[in-house]
Design a protein around this ligand. Structure first.
Ligand code: HEM
Length: 504
């Protein structure tokens, strides 16, 4: 009598789990990186785990990133993986609710709105918003009282989440959104955001309150944007440098103009795509700066060196200035290495796909096959923390990006893959290709188009804060990742962040 069902050798190894259906969901949900590293030790770079009834094949490392993110859309589909989750939130006819070619056209439309010309006008607006926030928000009372040498206290996550929505709405989203940022807007936002939970991933529609709130919020939010678009058509508002202005002029290749409801839904998608990502990255940056006074001082001195005017003040930055600040750049880059806001990127498998032999295949002559109907998962977060690639991967050390001769850069340059093959990715130019261990913005056809905006927003926000106050961490230990708050992104521990302090 056979007690063990033999494994099909053509399938990637299955991760052992006790509870059917649930599978490894709890271990993965608690700490995906720990789970992936543990599985890698046991099964290699390619393995399959059960996530709430779904079979998910993970491919780790730079080659794994390349296999999934560089894969053909006929084999790996983002829309099949995400549409149930995103369409109720973003709305019909955009993003993953349309065939991929259509979404690719929509991404091109959005790129028009992310122009250098628009970015130039955004820097001053972002500085103003941060300034106004610090002058009015109760948590910056000591700053407002001009009480030099007194420590105040603010919650980095709360402050960054507000600053992110204030600055994104003042710039990309447009003045009507900015002037309507009241309690009811944030309630709508929160109800939509509540549509991104593991439950929504598993069951797109349930008769639950949170689902009803999500659907009502989507309807109201969509109407809100459609009204803005209509009002702009009536008035003469063509001078705006925002996304709605850019989208209004776009036409699909077949001559069809972009209808109002599609513009509205793209605006909702962008609002959601940029909020948690930038706000979490900004919070982590502030926390690391607070914990590392030397880097904080280097960042401040970079401002002084470049922007001090003869009367001793610091002048405003231009967009070109922001792009040419190596300390600032390395601070953001390093933060995104350790805390990429998106730790898991999924696709659904549309046809059986062989795993490349170079990626932990059983032997040289045979390969694993990921069967149709499975999900595949890439986690650049793992390769960004891989001790085989990075010297002291857990250490936040921006200088690893700014010193090409340094030890960290050398370790990176001599990176060998799991087969001992030496690969030279070219340190510093690592974020573009699909086969790279550093991909906080993803890679391939679904790569982020918000990267430049995020760098601009984070750069302007962080430097404006650092110009005004000095930060220290109050807690003895640095806050840990908390993966529970959102579905696929790493947030931070809400208790620990109360710890940032500032000093005038
Ligand atoms: C896609 C990260 C900010 C808009 C992505 C992806 C990642 C990512 C990893 C790939 C997802 C996938 O392959 O499934 C980030 C990070 C950000 C950020 C780390 C900030 C620090 C933004 C902002 C916007 C934005 C500010 C909008 C202005 C998009 C869009 C996509 C995308 C439209 C394309 C999705 C697709 O093609 O399927 N982002 N993002 N992101 N992001 Fe971002």
């Amino acid at each position: 009598r056979q007690l063990v069902v033999p494994r099909d050798p053509s399938l990637p190894p299955d991760v052992f789990h006790w509870i059917p259906i649930v599978g490894s969901a709890i271990e993965y949900g608690n700490d995906p990186l720990k789970f992936f590293f543990k599985c890698r030790d046991k099964y290699g770079d390619v393995f399959t785990f059960v996530l709430l009834g779904r079979k998910v094949t993970v491919a780790l490392g730079a080659k794994g990133n390349n296999f999934i993110l560089g894969g053909k859309s006929t084999a790996f589909s983002a829309e099949d993986a995400y549409t149930h989750l995103t369409t109720p939130v973003f709305g019909k006819d955009v993003v993953y609710d349309v065939p991929n070619e259509v979404f690719m056209e929509q991404k091109k439309f959005v790129k028009v709105g992310l122009s250098t010309e628009n970015f130039r006008s955004y820097v001053g607006m972002i500085e103003d918003e941060v300034d106004e926030f610090m002058r009015n928000d109760p948590s910056f009372l000591i700053y407002q009282m001009n009480d030099i040498n007194e420590w105040g206290r603010f919650d980095a996550a709360t402050a960054m989440s507000e600053i992110t929505i204030l600055t994104a709405s003042r710039t990309l989203q447009g003045k009507e959104v900015r002037s309507n940022l009241d309690k009811s807007f944030s309630e709508l936002y929160n109800a939509l955001d509540g549509g991104f939970t593991p439950l929504n991933f598993m069951f797109p529609n349930l008769p639950l309150d949170s689902y009803r709130r999500r659907d009502e919020a989507h309807k109201k939010m969509s109407e809100f944007y459609v009204n803005i678009i209509r009002k702009r058509k009536e008035g003469n508002n063509d001078h705006e440098h925002d996304m709605i202005a850019a989208l209004r002029d776009q036409t699909y290749r077949n001559g069809r103009p972009l209808p109002d409801h599609e513009i509205a839904h793209i605006m909702i998608a962008l609002l959601m795509a940029g909020q948690h990502t930038s706000s979490a990255s900004g919070s982590w940056t502030l926390l690391h700066l607070a914990a590392d006074p030397a880097v904080q001082e280097a960042l401040y001195q970079e401002q002084v060196k470049n922007f001090r005017t003869p009367d001793g003040k610091l002048r405003s930055m231009t967009y070109e200035d922001i792009r040419d600040l190596p300390v600032l750049d390395s601070v953001i880059r390093e933060t995104l290495r350790i805390h990429p806001p998106i730790h898991s990127i999924m696709r659904k498998v549309r046809s059986d796909v062989p795993v490349p032999t170079t990626l932990s295949a059983p032997s040289k002559d045979s390969t694993y096959v990921v069967p149709k109907g499975y999900f595949v998962l890439a986690s650049p977060a793992v390769s960004q923390m891989d001790p085989r690639v990075w010297l002291n991967p857990g250490k936040w050390d921006p200088s690893r990006w700014s010193d090409p001769e340094g030890e960290a850069a050398r370790a990176y340059d001599t990176y060998q893959d799991e087969n001992g093959e030496k690969i030279d990715y070219g340190f510093g130019a690592v974020s573009k290709g699909t086969e790279s261990p550093y991909q906080p913005f993803g890679a391939g056809r679904h790569r982020c188009i918000g990267e430049q905006f995020a760098y601009l927003q984070l750069g302007a926000v962080i430097t404006t804060i650092i110009r005004r106050v000095e930060l220290r961490l109050e807690a003895d230990t640095f806050p840990a990742n908390n993966y529970h708050l959102t579905l696929m992104s790493a947030d931070y521990d809400h208790h620990a962040e109360e710890a940032s302090q500032y000093l005038l």
